[in-house]
Write a protein that binds this ligand. Structure first.
Ligand SMILES: *[C@@H]1O[C@H](CO)[C@@H](O)[C@H](O)[C@H]1NC(C)=O
Ligand SMILES: *[C@@H]1O[C@H](CO)[C@@H](O)[C@H](O)[C@H]1NC(C)=O
Ligand SMILES: *[C@@H]1O[C@H](CO)[C@@H](O)[C@H](O)[C@H]1NC(C)=O
Ligand SMILES: *[C@@H]1O[C@H](CO)[C@@H](O)[C@H](O)[C@H]1NC(C)=O
Length: 268
């Protein structure tokens, strides 16, 4: 991270957002000493991107959607609560990836205007593009009772999510973005909001969501591997959020004091 450019872009979507306000149970799971970092922001705590910016010694990255948004020399946070790779995801409540791309293009024009063509180009290819997207696409059909999964089998549905993501990556690459970073999905079937969906499931994990997340993670690794082979100068890193979160679920006391409410997703 030491040699990170002075510049950062984010397409950032925080996976908890979609369900965080549905009931008291989620609030009760917040660590006891929760102190808001931001005021008047949907997520009053820092997002992953905020921590990375701090480590990279950058100022906090301003949200694109913040009213009065102007300054973006160090990058932009396109996070929305929530967002989906598919237009159908939480339709009317979420921003889809194509719209996020439009927002990004607006920022790019702003750069050309402010910095001139050459400097804008250089800035854009130095930037790091962080993506966290997908969880809402796999949770929305269950949380909204949408029939979309009746129309597609698992692999076709995952293929659409990955296909839309791939389109956006390719477009950013075409516009000279080169450095990308991604986060894979955790065991979505284990999230409290998913475990209570099926009555009679007795709070056990939601198998359908677990299956989709697993397929998605495999497809994401494959996509990135292929893009790196195909696109000259394309660089990426993929953070294994699934394993990282799993560690925290299995050893909660090692990582903090909150109760992780054991979920055993993998049948040995
Ligand atoms: C899913 O559907 C597609 C297209 O309808 C089909 O080609 C594919 O074989 C199906 N996959 C599975 C695992 O059923
Ligand atoms: C993107 O998602 C839409 C559904 O929102 C789907 O119809 C389309 O085929 C997907 N595109 C790709 C390239 O997979
Ligand atoms: C849920 O719990 C009830 C009562 O303990 C039991 O009868 C039922 O079989 C359980 N259902 C599942 C899907 O495990
Ligand atoms: C998470 O990692 C475990 C262990 O490597 C694996 O069995 C599981 O399928 C992964 N889950 C997802 C959603 O990728």
């Amino acid at each position: 991270m030491g040699r990170l450019s002075s510049f950062f872009f984010f397409f950032f979507v925080f996976f908890i957002n979609a369900t965080c306000c549905r009931g008291k149970s989620h609030q009760q799971q917040l660590p006891k000493k929760h102190v808001p970092f931001f005021h008047l922001r949907f997520s009053d705590g820092r997002l992953l991107s905020d921590f990375i910016a701090k480590r990279a010694k950058l100022p906090l990255i301003p949200p694109f959607l913040q009213p009065g948004f102007r300054q973006c020399y160090h990058g932009v946070n396109f996070a929305s609560s929530g967002a989906g790779a598919l237009a159908e995801t939480f339709q009317g409540f979420a921003i889809d990836l194509k719209t996020l791309l439009c927002n990004y293009c607006k920022v790019q024009s702003w750069f050309r205007y402010k910095l001139g063509n050459d400097e804008a180009k250089a800035t854009i290819s130095r930037a790091v593009y962080l993506f966290s997207i997908g969880s809402n696409d796999y949770m929305s059909p269950f949380l909204t009772n949408s029939p979309i999964l009746n129309n597609y089998n698992d692999s076709t549905y995952v293929g659409m999510v990955i296909g839309n993501l791939s389109t956006v990556i390719n477009e950013i690459y075409r516009r000279r973005g080169r450095k990308f970073t991604f986060i894979n999905l955790p065991e979505l079937g284990c999230l409290p909001g998913m475990r209570i969906i099926k009555s009679g499931n007795n709070g056990s994990f939601l198998e359908e969501a677990r299956r989709l997340a697993t397929l998605h993670n495999k497809a994401l690794s494959k996509l990135l591997f292929e893009l790196e082979k195909r696109l000259k100068g394309f660089k990426y890193s993929l953070f294994d959020f699934n394993s990282s979160l799993r560690q925290r679920m299995q050893h909660p006391f090692k990582y903090g004091t909150y109760n992780t409410n054991t979920c055993k997703p993998v049948v040995p």
